[in-house]
Every structure is written in structure tokens, then in C-alpha cells.
Design a protein around this ligand. Structure first.
Ligand code: XUL
Ligand code: CO
Length: 438
């Protein structure tokens, strides 16, 4: 099993924090228990097919630089089948339990829908064999509804009904394949579901169509008996100026408006949160508070570049914040930590794919330990609880229960002259406390 990455051992080992070996984990020790659960089960790492095995590392100023000896650039089904073996060798050696794909990452698009489906089936056969051989599972599948020029105006939100129909056929097939491969979920990222100029856009009609599309997906899910979790992945811009699924709150509002809330959870991505002007922890908190956190696309942006750079996460501060929210919700069920991240254009060697994933997994492993320690310590949680103590008073409880009124509150507060002083928010003290654990 060492055909494509001959210089990488069969399994990336845990070397511990003192290890100087770049091909060893410093923090991720799959079997180690954190709060009674293995790191493997807490983190549920997943490798994405598109960036890791299909991305040539082009940018708007230059062609791809990636050296991928297994790619003959023929775009053939044969080469796509070979790439499956590459992918599973990589994921096995890395020790990630899951992977994720778009239909067009794994198999080439044909000239017709029929041809595309046949290509997809041929590659899916090998994916299934490799899943069975290695025990690696599909975290989620999805359809690429944004690369082909037919989707330039959107897919489910296209002004052209036939494009909507084409997208429906494509998602139908991607759901069938995901189901057949035992996928735990299916993701909808609105690739070009948005607009470039509102001058040519009937926003209401487009949103109605998007909801109609997702309702059809829910119906089809029932029809084929697929029990995986549906996810919506918010992103505010890129490629369009405005994407309808712009952040966690707008997605939840959309789902609620159209009666879809019970059928979807959110797949939150760090770089998308940044583009939306939020911290990832904010997006996660919104989802957790609404019982809607499904999965994480784990990457990070570069604050000086300001676009969706999809870099591997390296900051313990960020990963600790993420894992605080995941632990708060009681851990992942169907979701996981999915590395929707790519190596830099300058990092073109195959071995860089290992370094990148090892670093990302270590960053999340360390973040998990930090988050667990902060929760065990309890001071942060206690502080927040105490900050709201007045709400635990008789009157506070009454307001929260919806049993008070403006008239009653006027009668309550007026004799006091003014509200009691609020204690300091102690932001700096809490930041210091957080840093004690980093
Ligand atoms: C795009 C993005 C997608 C989704 C899947 O920014 O994150 O790769 O994760 O379509
Ligand atoms: Co993503």
C-alpha cells in the first residue's frame, strides 16, 4: 500500500509534543481519551477530495503548479479510478476516518447527463471497494453546481428553468451515489445561488425556487430511504457578490421561512465566517443555540488577503474556540472536522499534502484538549453564569417566563430610582484566563 506516497510510512504515528519528525503527530493521538471519549471520536476528521486530489493549485494570475505524478491530465475515467487509489492510500496513511467529495471531483463530467452519470458510477464502484477495504467512510457528498458555464447565473436560482431541471437531475444522482456509498450526510453549498447585480434579479422568485429545490431534495431523500443528514453551508460572497446563504442566521431564517428547518443542519466553514464579518465561534454559537450545528469545514483565511484562501488551520486559539462550541453541544453526531482546505500554490509537492493535514489535525487535537480543560476548570462558565445572576431572581424568572409587563416593570424599578450598577465585564481577565490553557 505504498504506491503513490512511497516516502510516507503506512501510518502517521503519534510522536508527542517533543517529536521533531514532520511526518508524526504532535498532539493528535487517535486512541487517547479526552473526557472519556477518544480523540478519533471527538474530531471525526475528514479529507476533501476536491482540494487534496483534484486541485491543480491555479490562481487568477497563473496556472496550476501542483505536482501530482498520478494525474495523466487526460481527464479520463481510467485516470479518475486510479485517483481513487491515490486518495485512499493518502487517507489511510493519515488515519482520517472520513472523506467528502463533489460529483465532479471524483469523476469527469461527460457531454450528456447520461454520460456524466456513467462516469460517476464507474468511479463510485471503486470508491465503494476502497471504502470496504480500508474502513474509511463518506462524511458527505455534494454536487458541483458552479463550475460548468451552464450554472453561470446560478443553479436552483437560475432565471432559466432548464438549468434548474439540470441541477435537479445532477443532485438526484449525487444523492443516489452518496446513499449507495453509505454517506452520513449530504451538503448544499450555494455555489452561485445569489446575484452579481440586483438590477437583473428577481430575488423573491429566486429564493422561492431555491426553497422549492430543497423541498424536492427532502422528498427524494424519503423516496430513496436515505437517512443521512442534510447540511446547508453558509457563505456570503465569492463567487457572487451576494450569496443567499450568507451566514448562519440568514440560513436559519431562510430555512424557517420555507418550512425546511427540521430537515437541515449547518455545515460551517471558518473562512466563510470571516468573509461574513463574523468570528467562527459566533457562527458556531448561532448554530448550537438553534440545535442546528451539523459539521465543520475546517480551514482559515489570511487576514491580509481577505478572500477565501482556504488555508489549513494552525491557530490553537481558533481551534479551541471551535471545540468549545462542539463540546457545548455534546459532540458531533453525523458531522465532523472536514478539511476544506488547500495547500498554497507554492507548496506543490505531494508530501505537502501530508504536512498540511498533519498540522490541521494537530491544531484541532490541541484545540480539543484546551477546550476540554477550560470546561473542566469551570471558571469561564461560572463567570458567564454569574454575569446573568439577576435573571435568576424572582423578577428575572418572571420576565423570562413571559409573565411580566411594561407596567409591572415600571412599578418594580421606579422606586429604586435607577438600575443597580452592572459589574465589570472583565474581558481582559477572561482573555488571560483563556491564554492560561493555550
Ligand atoms: C466553497 C466551499 C465548497 C463547499 C462544498 O467555498 O466551501 O467547497 O464546502 O461545495
Ligand atoms: Co466548504
Amino acid at each position: 500500500m505504498s504506491a503513490y506516497f512511497p516516502n510516507v510510512p503506512d501510518k502517521i504515528a503519534y510522536g508527542g509534543p517533543k517529536s521533531k519528525n514532520p511526518l508524526e503527530f504532535k498532539h493528535y493521538n487517535a486512541d487517547e481519551l479526552v473526557g472519556g471519549k477518544t480523540m478519533r471520536d471527538h474530531l471525526r476528521f475528514s479529507v476533501v477530495y476536491w482540494h487534496t486530489f483534484s486541485n491543480p493549485l491555479a490562481d487568477p494570475f497563473g496556472m496550476g503548479t501542483a505536482i501530482r505524478p498520478w494525474d495523466d491530465h487526460s481527464g479520463s475515467v481510467e485516470n479518475a479510478v486510479k485517483k481513487v487509489d491515490v486518495a485512499f492510500e493518502f487517507i489511510s496513511k493519515l488515519g482520517a476516518p472520513f472523506y467528502a467529495f463533489h460529483d465532479r471531483d471524483v469523476a469527469p463530467e461527460g457531454k450528456t447527463i447520461k454520460e456524466s452519470n456513467a462516469n460517476f458510477d464507474a468511479v463510485a464502484k471503486r470508491l465503494k471497494e476502497q471504502q470496504q477495504k480500508t474502513g474509511i467512510k463518506l462524511l458527505w457528498g455534494t454536487a458541483n453546481l458552479f463550475s460548468n458555464p451552464r450554472y453561470a447565473h446560478g443553479a436552483a436560482t437560475s432565471p432559466n428553468m432548464e438549468v434548474f431541471a439540470h441541477a435537479a437531475a445532477q443532485v438526484k444522482k449525487a444523492m443516489e451515489v452518496t446513499h449507495d456509498l453509505g454517506g452520513l450526510g449530504y451538503t448544499f453549498w450555494g455555489g452561485r445561488e445569489g446575484y452579481m447585480t440586483i438590477l437583473n434579479t428577481n430575488m423573491k422568485r429566486e429564493l422561492d425556487h431555491l426553497a422549492r429545490f430543497l423541498h424536492m431534495a427532502v422528498d427524494f431523500k424519503k423516496q430513496i430511504g436515505f437517512h443521512g443528514q442534510f447540511y446547508i453551508e453558509p457563505k456570503p460572497m465569492e463567487p457572487t457578490k451576494h450569496q443567499y446563504d450568507s451566514d448562519a442566521e440568514s440560513c436559519l431564517n431562510f430555512l424557517r421561512t420555507y418550512g425546511l428547518l427540521d430537515h437541515f443542519k449547518l455545515n460551517l466553514e471558518t473562512n466563510h465566517a470571516t468573509l461574513a464579518g463574523h468570528e467562527m465561534q459566533h457562527e458556531l454559537r448561532v448554530a448550537v443555540d438553534n440545535g442546528a450545528l451539523g459539521s465543520i469545514d475546517a480551514n482559515t483565511g489570511d487576514p491580509l488577503l481577505g478572500w477565501d484562501t482556504d488555508q489549513f488551520p494552525t491557530s490553537f486559539y481558533l481551534t479551541a474556540q471551535c471545540m468549545l462550541e462542539v463540546l457545548e453541544m455534546g459532540g458531533f453526531t453525523t458531522g465532523g472536522v472536514n478539511f476544506d482546505a488547500k495547500v498554497r500554490r507554492e507548496s506543490y509537492d505531494p508530501i505537502d499534502l501530508f504536512y498540511a493535514h498533519i498540522g490541521g489535525m494537530d491544531a484541532f487535537a490541541r484545540g480539543l484538549k484546551i477546550a476540554h480543560a477550560i470546561r473542566e476548570d469551570g471558571r469561564l462558565g461560572d463567570f458567564v453564569k454569574a454575569r446573568y445572576a439577576s435573571w435568576d431572581s424572582e423578577m428575572g424568572k418572571k420576565i423570562e417566563a413571559g409573565k411580566s409587563s411594561f407596567t409591572e416593570l415600571e412599578a418594580f424599578i421606579t422606586p429604586k430610582g435607577d438600575a443597580a450598577a452592572s459589574p465589570s465585564g472583565r474581558q481582559e481577565m477572561l482573555e488571560n484566563l483563556f491564554n492560561e490553557f493555550i
